[in-house]
Write a protein that binds this ligand. Structure first.
Ligand code: SAM
Ligand code: SF4
Length: 335
């Protein structure tokens, strides 16, 4: 990653800087998480409709020149896409891109950890909703938890900063709020609990979300006593805490309640090249079409600026601009 200082910032129409892009490198996945995809019948996008690595590099080049300095690689499962590491090497060397992070389910990731370390990947978010074999199987519909756990320890051994993402799912992993939090006692990790959102390819699973952020906090405090509030980063989506005496930290992400939109600095590019300026919008710009129609960098930049200038104020406003309810799979968007 280049150490070149980056002074430019782009702002949206609400005065929020935009400095962070999340790029879904594929919509394919080797798991079938209950909250993300239906068990059967998911229709993957034809390969030609996915962005090529060259197209992704070009988009990143334009965005970084505009002032974006942080990239997260997500999917689908990033490691099911061939030669991901080759792409990461190129992306990480874009001048001005200061940080590259990855979100992965950890099943295929372990063999690449040393290479990720060498490239300078800043941190890894590992999605682990439970370390219990049966519950993992129930949630992901695959029997792979042993591989994910091995990846977790390999990342820690390599000294790459690690966060664990756990979606709290009614009736499926409620006990893991406490069990996963206990990992922070001796491990230097951030365990983050996420409210479930209806991005599962089917639509809302419940009439009302039971495990919202307040209930998660109350539940943890009933078990551990008062949690110590610690500082949140400027654009953090999580409210962060520490169990007194523990090495690691706990984060709670109100992804469905959407209390963090006022400081949101992120945009998303789907695996098909749609720009989303909010997780809850339907996609506001078809960048793949622009690229494949021969657009110049200047036109791509102008199109980004136009989209940033019409950004919804928050996730509720973005949702109300849609004409269909949220139901698409998170694997298309990247979380
Ligand atoms: N496959 C990778 C993984 O699972 O880490 C990256 C893609 S996944 C879509 C990114 C994140 O979105 C994961 O942490 C996952 O738990 C989260 N996620 C997926 N569907 C969700 C939903 N319906 N509600 C809340 N979080 C969700
Ligand atoms: Fe795959 Fe990640 Fe979705 Fe689970 S959350 S099905 S691992 S893309």
């Amino acid at each position: 990653m280049s150490a070149q200082p980056q002074q430019t910032y782009i702002y949206d129409n609400h005065g929020r800087p935009i400095s962070y892009v999340r790029l879904a490198v594929t919509d394919r996945c080797n798991l079938r998480c209950f909250y993300c995809m239906p068990a059967e019948g998911i229709k993957y996008v034809p390969r030609k409709q996915l962005l090529s690595y060259e197209e992704m590099e070009r988009i990143l080049g334009v965005l970084v020149a505009m002032g974006i300095n942080k990239l997260r690689i997500t999917g689908g499962e990033p490691f099911v896409r061939q030669d991901l590491v080759g792409f990461l090497e190129k992306a990480a060397s874009i001048p001005g891109l200061e940080q590259v992070h990855i979100t992965t389910n950890g099943v295929l990731t372990a063999p690449y950890i040393d290479q990720l370390k060498a490239i300078g990947i800043r941190s890894i978010n590992l999605s682990i909703d439970t370390l219990d074999r049966e519950r993992f199987h129930l949630i992901t519909r695959r029997d792979e938890v042993h591989k994910v756990e091995a990846t977790m320890y390999k990342i820690l051994d390599a000294g790459i900063p690690l966060k664990i993402n756990a979606v709290v799912i009614e009736g499926k992993n409620e006990e893991d709020l406490v069990l996963l939090s206990k990992l922070t006692k001796n491990l230097p990790i951030g365990v983050r609990f996420i409210e479930e959102m209806p991005f599962n390819g089917e639509g809302a699973h419940y009439p009302k979300l039971k495990w919202n952020h307040q209930k998660m906090l109350t539940h943890l405090e009933q078990h551990f006593g008062s949690l110590e509030k610690i500082a949140d980063d400027d654009h953090s989506t999580s409210r962060n805490y520490r169990i007194p005496g523990h090495l690691g930290t706990i984060g709670i992400i109100p992804a469905f309640s959407r209390t963090f939109c006022g400081t949101c600095n992120r945009i998303r590019i789907t695996s098909q090249g749609l720009l989303k300026t909010c997780l809850y919008d339907r996609g506001v710009l078809d960048i793949r079409e622009l690229l494949r129609n021969g657009a110049t960098d200047h036109l791509i930049k102008a199109s980004f600026l136009k989209a940033f200038g019409n950004r919804a104020r928050d996730g509720f406003a973005a949702e109300s601009r849609r004409n269909t309810a949220v139901a698409e799979s998170m694997s298309e968007i990247g979380g």
